[in-house]
Design a protein. Structure first.
Length: 351
């Protein structure tokens, strides 16, 4: 494999921004997607399209993590101290913000019983104070395994890495609801979850494919997966007369192929950004974790009629309103965390 360093390549930075924006698109689209049967089919299909398109956002984030971190040797304590030390302060801060917002919005209630209030807050921290914070819990779990996984990846042959990925893909495939009846009794669930995305990201980042394997092949694969997810979700939802998310599951064959092809398109895309655009990209890219943590609050406030903002998928035709709303939320989240970073000690919770 190539000895190039992905962290020095522009395509990683480009992918990071695209993935973050698509996460915002995903959450912008979700309310309309959940309104299956209550919206015209033509509108709902637009939501289906944007939801399917944005499903590679989180997997690509994990693949970038694998590309950047699995090629190094770590001292266990030093790695965990640095990595967890970077994510815990903003995570704790924004979890507290979401708890306070839930209290303000009367989703949770504090009483005069201090003990009960403490238990309620701890419960929020245990299970996640807002819907998008699951990602942080998943990321913490990956950080615990990365120092061990990196030793395997750096010392394994390409054949062994491919064997790992194949085993992960097979176990994941037979774990799907529509194939679970064929799931063998052999317990292979030791290799499952987002850990495969870490290894896949590292492998694809460093693998030098033959010249004939160019961007168009991955473009075709991406489009085939996208169409499969859109149509599969539509017909599955029709048959159940309710929204079916089986094709949206992040640990599923179509999403893996969609994410892998998107990752390779980002790697092989041959275009040059101007120095000014690169500067903006790198500035925004340095705040992606803060944008992720804060964007759900802004999206909720924009959509809450009590605030009179009413920026959501209903703004105009959904093909325009969904990406427009996502862009406004994305920019607002960046501006918010950038301002916070300028406050004394703010950088600890904004980055």
């Amino acid at each position: 494999m190539s000895e190039q360093k992905p962290h020095q390549l522009d395509w990683i930075n480009n992918l990071r921004i695209v993935a973050m924006f698509l996460v915002v698109v995903l959450h912008t689209t979700s309310p309309m997607l959940m309104a299956y049967g209550k919206e015209p089919d033509s509108y709902w299909l637009v939501a289906d399209f944007f939801n399917a398109l944005s499903r590679f956002g989180v997997p690509v984030f994990v693949m970038i993590t694998g590309a950047l971190l699995l090629n190094r040797d770590y001292e266990l304590g030093d790695f965990l101290r640095k990595r967890l030390g970077r994510i815990f302060p903003p995570f704790i801060f924004w979890s507290a913000v979401y708890i306070l917002y839930s209290w303000y919005n009367e989703d949770i209630t504090f009483t005069n019983n201090i003990s009960a209030n403490i238990i309620l807050v701890l419960h929020q921290f245990k299970y996640g104070a807002y819907y998008h914070l699951w990602y942080v819990y998943m990321l913490i779990g990956l950080y615990f395994i990365i120092p061990i996984l990196s030793k395997f990846v750096r010392n394994a042959s390409e054949k062994e890495v491919l064997y790992f990925l194949l085993l992960w893909f097979v176990v994941m495939t037979f774990s799907q609801p529509y194939l679970v009846r064929y799931n063998p009794q052999i317990d292979l669930h030791y290799i499952t979850g987002y850990i495969g995305y870490l290894v896949l990201g590292h492998y694809l980042a460093f693998k030098q494919f033959p010249e004939w394997v160019d961007i168009k092949w991955f473009g075709v694969l991406f489009l085939l997966c996208l169409v499969s997810i859109i149509t599969g979700t539509y017909f599955k939802s029709m048959s159940h007369n309710a929204l079916s998310t089986v094709f949206y599951e992040p640990i599923s064959p179509t999403i893996v192929l969609l994410s892998g092809s998107a990752f390779m398109i980002g790697k092989l895309a041959n275009f040059t950004l101007s120095p000014k655009i690169k500067k903006v990209r790198d500035l925004v890219g340095s705040y992606t974790f803060g944008i992720y943590l804060s964007h759900a609050l802004i999206l909720t406030i924009f959509d809450d009629p009590d605030y009179g903002i009413n920026i959501n998928y209903k703004l105009c035709t959904p093909f325009v309103s969904i990406p427009l709303t996502a862009l406004l939320v994305f920019c607002s989240a960046f501006l918010l965390v950038w301002v916070i970073s300028k406050i004394p000690f703010g950088k600890w919770v904004a980055m």
